[in-house]
Design a protein around this ligand. Structure first.
Ligand code: PEP
Ligand code: MG
Length: 764
């Protein structure tokens, strides 16, 4: 091992070399060795790093900087990390290593190639231990000086506070931990994406490729709805092509990393890959699959007709989830749970706590913080966009924080009761949004896991599972529209427009009182249009305003909101609109404009109706505003037991569809405040009374051939979805993160129903 050179080119590396080149280096080498077109790269080996430590005399000094360190002591940890990093950065790199790095770089376009410089950590005793995400990557590096600096920065990143903490918790001996650095050609992809070399669920010989413009990150992160191609390896033909409207792309931003850019109109609907390109990618996929012996998910990219394979790893759709969980559990064993609540939005993230007691303080929130607050409200959304995770004292699965976090894809734990008291500002914690735990310290490597999870989520989401029952998606914030559409959902079963208004920080009444009606209509129109554009030709049911008075209180105009003892039972939904003709008219105005622009997939849903007369009155008010009410799709939410009981009368009054708002239906049937954590354990979607109301309403809708759906949180639970399909529901609308599992549950249930029916028939 002593003889390992300072530099190894990819062609010289095999997967056994992990001790010298780390996991990343070894996997790239292995891919290159089987003939996959991996971008040119060399690795500054772990031995080079060791020699650096020994020859500069750093080895001893460095560990003295943090021997006997109590990693739980944040301040001490930060200080030790800073000292160690500074030692590495200031030390002079031995001339031999410098010269060899420079010489290698000169072989890359004469030392002018733009490269990515990535850390690839490794440990002698446990070479394949996962250090992913602990060390740094530097993109867009050009020139010898910048390269040498980036290599040394990668070395220093081995002593970041999070990395030291992580290794201490894992029980690694820091003296044996090394770091290799991969220096690789940076590919400025013209088009890129992911590929599943076999069907990720059934294992059929179908290659599924997703692609979009720019860097592959756009596809992996779900910020764009990519094109999808299915290549049948048996017939060697492309058997399915779905060209999407690709509005954004991720491109290099000078020398500052990457940025999101609008795709010019002429490329938005243009097919990304030709059939020949699909076939060639499928061929590379097959090479990888045959070599590794199991189906792979592969990241690919194309520049000026040249193909690149950037990464290949096994498809472990189920396994990957377990791994992510397992990691959290592994650490959880040694980590202390500080507080717990309900896991409201999945994912794991670590960061520093910032406690927000007043909306005015949201300026304190920085990118990557953990936002801790009593309860989020709409004016906190800009801060919620920045943070790594959200923790609240109050609320349940259907509160504002839970809904918005799920759409932002940000892990969240709600209803902890005590987080704002127990957690301290600046404290390092880890939030597990699935389990509902907040751990002390950084206890997992969330960033790469989140990416893996996103890829696998995309894998399931785009598998063409055809279901007779439509599976739609819920949307509340227009910026989530692209992610929602990327799930391949059959439409939007609920667009909550109050979030569009609440984000403006002014009440509808304020717009009316200040003669700013046009602005209000425009905001509504533009927000809804973003969602309609993301779902061309698919139904989008927009719900008229439904914000309880307390949600308006902090906004301009909020001082005029009545104080109600129980806003949940108060002046909200259709009851308020019917008494506020101006507020209703402005909403209708925005719908009218959209219908005029040709969006005939727009349907309108009225919330909180308790009697058919309210539907009739709302329809009449729309007609008075000039809407041709007999030719637009109008429906209701079933949120109040009375509307479930009287569903036949609603149908006779002309509704075209009904959708169960179980969040409210449960609270009104069982008298359980949906946001009160003291009674959260009694909030039971499967309560026989709730199920009975739902069952009866479905049967009546079926008898009249009226579409019957669900858009409450219960529709995101596969068990409930199974029950609903068994009972004859026509569509379901779930949260973005739940679409894949709901689609699977629906498909499985339908198949079972068909098989059982066939068996019964055969037996007769
Ligand atoms: C519901 O009540 O189930 C629903 C979807 O509406 P909201 O959560 O906005 O009250
Ligand atoms: Mg509701």
């Amino acid at each position: 091992m002593k003889d390992v050179p300072n530099i190894l080119w990819l062609e010289e590396i095999r997967k056994e070399d992990i001790i010298s080149v780390g996991g990343k280096g070894a996997s790239l080498g292995e891919m290159a060795s089987i003939g996959l077109p991996v971008p040119t790269a060399f690795v500054v080996t772990a031995q080079a790093f060791r020699r650096f430590l020994v020859e500069t005399g750093l080895e001893k000094k460095l560990f003295a900087a943090y021997n006997n360190l109590d990693v739980e002591n944040n301040e001490a940890l930060e200080k030790a990390a800073e000292t160690a990093k500074a030692l590495v950065l200031k030390a002079k790199m031995p001339a031999k290593i410098r010269d060899e790095i420079k010489a290698a770089y000169r072989k890359m376009e004469n030392g002018s190639m733009i490269v990515a410089v990535r850390s690839s950590a490794t440990a002698e005793d446990l070479p394949d231990a996962s250090f992913a995400g602990q060390q740094e990557t530097y993109l867009n590096i050009r020139g010898e000086a910048a390269l040498l600096e980036a290599v040394q920065k990668c070395w220093a990143s081995l002593y970041g506070a999070r990395a030291i903490y992580y290794r201490a918790k894992q029980g690694f001996d820091d003296h044996t931990v090394n770091i290799a650095v991969v220096v690789q050609q940076l590919v400025h992809s013209e088009k890129a994406g992911v590929m599943f070399t076999s069907h990720p669920i059934t294992g059929e010989p179908l290659t599924i490729i997703e692609g979009s413009w720019g860097l592959g990150e756009a596809v992996v992160s779900g910020s764009v709805s990519p094109d999808k191609y299915v290549f049948d390896q048996r017939s060697e033909k492309v058997v399915d092509t779905l060209v999407s409207n690709k509005k954004v792309e991720i491109v290099a931003d000078g020398d500052k990393g990457t940025k999101l850019a609008d795709v010019p109109a002429d490329r938005q609907n243009k097919q990304v890959l030709s059939n020949e390109e699909v076939a060639k990618l499928a061929m590379y996929g097959k090479i990888a699959e045959n070599h590794y012996g199991i189906p792979q998910d592969v990241e690919w990219s194309i520049v000026a007709g040249t193909f690149y394979i950037l990464q290949s790893r096994p498809i472990t759709t189920i396994g990957a989830k377990k791994e992510a969980k397992g990691m959290a559990e592994g650490h959880a064993a040694s980590a202390k749970i500080l507080v717990q609540g309900q896991g409201a939005a999945p994912g794991v993230a670590s960061g520093r706590v910032v406690i927000i007691r007043d909306v005015k303080d949201t300026g304190k929130v920085k990118e990557g913080d953990i936002l801790v607050t009593r309860m989020t409200n709409p004016d906190m959304v800009p801060a919620m966009r920045k943070v790594a995770a959200i923790v609240t004292d109050e609320g349940g699965m259907t509160c504002h924080a839970a809904i918005v976090s799920r759409e932002l894809g940000t892990p969240a734990v709600v209803g902890t009761r005590t987080a704002t008291n127990v957690l301290k500002n600046d404290q390092l914690v880890t939030v597990d949004g699935e389990k509902g735990h907040i751990y002390e310290g950084a206890v997992s490597a969330p960033a790469p896991d989140a990416k893996v999870a996103a890829v696998h989520q995309a894998a399931i989401a785009h598998v063409p599972i055809i279901t007779a029952t439509s599976v739609k998606v819920n949307v509340s914030i227009p910026e989530a529209a692209a992610r929602a559409a990327a799930t391949g959902a059959d439409g939007v079963g609920l667009l909550r427009i109050e979030h569009l208004i609440l984000g403006l920080n002014k009440t509808p009444g304020w717009f009316i009182a200040n003669n700013r009606e046009e602005e209000f209509v425009r905001e509504l129109h533009d927000g809804i249009k973003i969602v309609l554009d993301a779902f061309p030709g698919k139904p989008v049911w927009v719900r008229t305003l439904d914000a309880p008075t307390d949600e308006f209180r902090n906004m301009q105009g909020g001082e005029n909101e009545p104080h109600e003892h129980n806003p949940m039972l108060g002046w909200r939904g259709i009851r308020r609109d019917l008494q506020s003709p101006d507020q209703f008219r402005l909403q209708v105005e925005s719908f009218k404009q959209l219908w005029k622009e040709g969006y005939d997939n727009l349907g309108i849903m009225f919330p909180m109706v308790s009697h058919p007369d309210q539907f009739i009155a709302a329809k009449a008010m729309m007609a008075a505003c000039g809407v041709d009410v007999d030719h637009v799709t109008l429906g209701i939410m079933i949120e109040i037991p009375s509307s479930a009981i009287m569903i036949e009368d609603f149908i006779k009054a002309g509704i075209r569809f009904a959708s169960f708002g179980t969040n409210d239906l449960i609270q009104y049937t069982l008298a359980i405040d949906r946001n009160n954590e003291n009674v959260a354990d009694m909030y039971n979607p499967q309560h026989p009374a709730v199920l009975s109301l739902i069952h009866n309403a479905i049967q009546v809708c079926r008898a009249y051939n009226v579409e019957c759906s669900i858009c409450g949180q219960a529709g995101s639970d596969p068990k409930m979805a199974t029950w609903l399909v068994e009972h004859g529901i026509t569509s379901l609308s779930a949260n973005i993160d739940a679409i894949a599992k709901i689609r699977e549950a629906v498909a499985r249930t339908e198949k079972r129903i068909i098989l059982e029916a066939a068996r019964t028939r055969d037996a007769e």
